[in-house]
Ligand binder design. Sequence first.
Ligand code: DQA
Length: 154
Amino acid sequence: MTADASPRRVLVLNGPNLRRLGVREPDVYGSATFEDLAALCRDTARRLDLHAEVRQTDDEAELVRWVHEAADERLPVVLNPAAFTHYSYALRDALAQRTAPLVEVHISNPAAREEFRHTSVVAGVATGTIAGFGLTSYVLALQAIAEQLAENAG
Ligand code: DQA
């Protein structure tokens, strides 16, 4: 980054029920809140010379619109699609239009859970997937984005 360049924006998008982190099935998702997650992402991004905008929605249409925004503005995305992971072809089709790196993240390891979680309809259009490391999944995803951007620039 040059001295006067502002940090590259990254969208950290979260799907349904993730605002309820901390109260939602803490045995699966831990006791940290969504605000804790957002702060962790913003701090991690800052250390990587990125600027993270952390958003959450329970609404598929809103999430699709944010993915269009990312595609139009060439913004890299860290995405936890939550339950949409397993069935939203609308989200997959939106993500297929991406113009920058996309990392799918999960707090839990869906492959080690119920059968319906073993399918991700978005994995095939992502740069890669990180799952099963709790909130650290987001830290690893942001590191992967930073490396992808450095590679693509070089
Ligand atoms: C999740 C896993 C999904 O199966 C689930 O529907 C979620 C959260 C995760 O982060 O572990 O809502 O994406």
